[in-house]
Design a protein around this ligand. Structure first.
Ligand code: HPA
Length: 276
């Protein structure tokens, strides 16, 4: 089915939240699997269930909370989505524009996207954090398919700096300050929900992917369309299928995310502080 939303459809969601908060935000955070606990560090939080936001989506994943938290983090006004939406939950790509356009209408000029991913690059280790330099999405259509909404951006637009070089440089500076080694590479989108086959992972490696995951790219494309700067960070929760002689489990993904979350949160706090 072709879904087509009007500008007012998105504005209704944002206006509801702006009326509750009374302020616009500087930046948005969309947090991936088990990385949502950063939201607990937001000061003066206003917590809004996704279910209360008109025209919003509902999360169906256990490790994603389904709450919007507005407040202060490292001296900035932020909107934090603890729980994101995925194609594998049954949403169409066209529906996945909703959260990002919503953040844009809340005032966010920048969005930080985090995710759990499998390491395709065999020099990566479990627990490494990778700065997304670019992505590859060969499966499915664009989230922007359909009637273009000019208020958000032009139909045809450049994405050669989608994962802002300036923000990546900032992230590298912040990582160095806290003695953290950051990887940098290409995030390869796969639709899931099954993990990839070992043959798919070999193909992804040949095509130039360093990490593989089931989120983030629709959000990055939507954000780029409406002129937002994007920073993407992937946590290597597991080696991708076939790299090690063992089966992949969601328990492994969640356990690594839990073990690494303090380090990840420290980095994001530094970055938020640094972002203009
Ligand atoms: N593949 C896809 N998505 C993932 C993976 C993976 O190996 N690990 C965490 N999210």
């Amino acid at each position: 089915m072709q879904r087509s939303y009007s500008y007012d459809f998105f504005k209704t969601s944002a206006d509801y939240v702006l009326a509750r908060s009374g302020y616009t935000v500087d930046l948005a955070l969309i947090l991936g699997s088990s990385l949502g606990s950063l939201a607990e560090e937001i000061v003066n939080p206003i917590v809004i269930d996704y279910a209360d936001i008109p025209n919003f989506l509902q999360t169906t994943v256990d490790s994603h909370a389904g709450k919007l938290i507005l407040g202060d983090l490292s001296g900035k006004k932020v909107a934090c989505m603890s729980g994101r939406f995925h194609y594998y939950e049954g949403y169409d790509f066209e529906q996945l524009v909703i959260p990002v356009r919503f953040c844009h209408l809340l005032g966010a000029k920048t969005v930080i996207l985090t995710n759990a991913a499998g390491a395709v690059n065999t020099s990566f280790k479990i627990g490494d954090i990778m700065l997304i330099e670019d992505h590859i999405k060969l499966i499915g259509g664009s989230p922007l398919r359909g009637k273009n909404i000019n208020e958000f951006g032009p139909r045809f637009f450049d994405v050669s700096d989608m994962y802002s070089r300036e923000l990546r440089d900032t992230a590298k500076k912040c990582a160095a300050r806290i003695n953290m080694k950051l990887r940098e590479g290409v995030y390869f989108y796969m639709p899931g929900p099954q993990f990839e086959s070992p043959a798919e992972i070999r193909a992804i490696r040949t095509l130039g992917g360093d990490a593989v995951g089931m989120s983030t790219v629709t959000e990055a494309i939507t954000a780029a369309h409406c002129g937002m700067k994007v920073l993407g960070l992937s946590l290597m929760t597991n080696m991708a299928a076939g790299v090690l002689d063992q089966a992949l489990t969601v328990e492994e993904v969640d356990a690594t995310a839990a073990l690494t979350s303090e380090k990840f949160k420290e980095l994001i706090r530094e970055i938020v502080q640094e972002i203009a």
